[in-house]
Design a binder for this molecule. Structure first.
Ligand SMILES: NC(=O)C1=CN([C@@H]2O[C@H](COP(=O)(O)OP(=O)(O)OC[C@H]3O[C@@H](n4cnc5c(N)ncnc54)[C@H](O)[C@@H]3O)[C@@H](O)[C@H]2O)C=CC1
Ligand SMILES: O=C(O)C(=O)Cc1ccc(O)cc1
Length: 317
């Protein structure tokens, strides 16, 4: 057991991530009490059945009253509305955070509603599964995974440090960066991979003949891995693409250019080009495994973003 980091923790949204926080905070003794609010009465009732908190309310403002830390764990498109609803009830000195997969747009949505004297420290645990809802969470979800904090300029360091301590106590490795940088790194390492998975499964499903039996029959191959990712929550991922539009379109442009290069190599039987790429990507996978996947994946993303930024700078007049 670690020392409690917060007296009262309020969780708004109690799906995969919110319920994992509730379970971890409880299991590791990180908070005095947990208040839970979520939009749908059935979900709130299920959270109560699972014993995820101490207080339950359909009204998010009631849940956050007196809380030392509030963590908003809803689809990113709903962040602004939640911030507006809880703002009048926030305790001076409280920390308000979130877990959204997008940071720039979430800051834009939430920051205008955060009252003076309340600390806003956005966060993104880079940990999850394709499952959703309060039953899907588990206390160990964040162990050994990155949690990225993107404090806005002027945030008191003590507030960021306190939230970092909370995530570290749940087993996360914590790093701080700007929201813009976060969105570029995650566009290539998480958002585009999900888009590719949704697309390939969609394409295969459209080939009607194949769908009837062969997709299922032969899906032991790489396609099966894509179907896991493509089973991820549709609302959550719709919101990710709508709210990280610029970074995703930038990285998608790069991806499509590189795909055309591969198409050409196949058409003209350029085996060397194919072999060189495949050898390079195999080395990347092996370095990720050697270092430990969670350490290397953001580093790889960072290298890509640095390359893109340097190229854009060089091309600028
Ligand atoms: N699923 C994943 O693997 C990961 C998700 N995230 C982020 O975490 C956030 C939550 O995702 P999950 O927990 O996976 O989703 P989920 O679908 O399991 O849970 C979402 C929760 O938000 C509630 N909700 C939806 N709209 C609401 C509103 N307007 N007001 C109050 N509650 C509302 C739902 O009832 C549900 O309790 C998202 O922003 C997502 O980008 C971050 C890391 C990983
Ligand atoms: O299930 C998977 O493979 C994931 O990639 C989980 C995930 C989804 C969204 C995030 O913002 C972070 C992690």
């Amino acid at each position: 057991m670690t020392e409690p980091v917060f007296g009262k923790l309020a969780l708004i949204g109690i799906g995969l991530i919110g319920s994992s926080i509730a379970r971890a905070a409880r299991a590791y003794g990180l908070v005095g009490e947990i208040a839970i609010s979520t939009r749908r009465p059935e979900t709130l009732a299920r959270a109560r059945e699972l014993g995820l908190g101490d207080l339950y309310s359909a009204d998010p403002a009631e849940a956050v009253r007196g809380a030392d830390c509030v963590i908003v764990s809803v689809p990113v498109g709903a962040s602004g509305a939640v911030a507006e609803a809880i703002a009048p009830a926030l305790k001076p000195g409280a920390i308000v955070s979130d877990v959204g997969s997008v940071k720039g747009d979430v800051v834009k949505q939430m920051a205008p509603f955060i009252p003076e004297g309340v600390h806003f420290v956005p966060a993104h645990p880079v940990a999850g599964t394709e499952h959703s809802g309060p039953d899907a969470g588990f206390a160990e979800l964040f162990r050994g995974r990155w949690c990225i904090l993107t404090p806005v300029p002027g945030t008191e360091e003590a507030a960021t440090e306190r939230l970092a301590r909370f995530w570290a106590a749940m087993g996360s490795k914590v790093e701080t960066m700007t929201p813009e940088h976060h969105d570029m790194v995650l566009a290539i390492t998480s958002h585009i991979p999900h888009l590719i998975a949704y697309n390939i499964v969609g394409t295969a499903a459209d080939l009607e003949k194949v769908t009837e039996s062969e997709v299922i029959k032969f899906s032991a191959g790489g396609f099966r891995d894509f179907t896991r990712i493509a089973a991820s929550d549709p609302t959550m991922w719709r919101d990710v693409f709508l709210h990280n539009k610029d970074a995703v379109l930038e990285m998608l442009g790069r991806f499509i250019e590189d795909l055309f290069v591969l198409q050409r190599a196949i058409r003209y039987a350029d085996g060397d080009a194919l072999y060189d790429l495949f050898a390079r990507t195999r080395a990347i996978r092996r370095s990720i495994i050697d270092v430990g996947q969670d350490t290397a994946a953001p580093d790889f993303g960072r290298q890509v973003v640095e390359k893109v930024t340097a190229e854009a700078d060089a091309a600028a007049p």
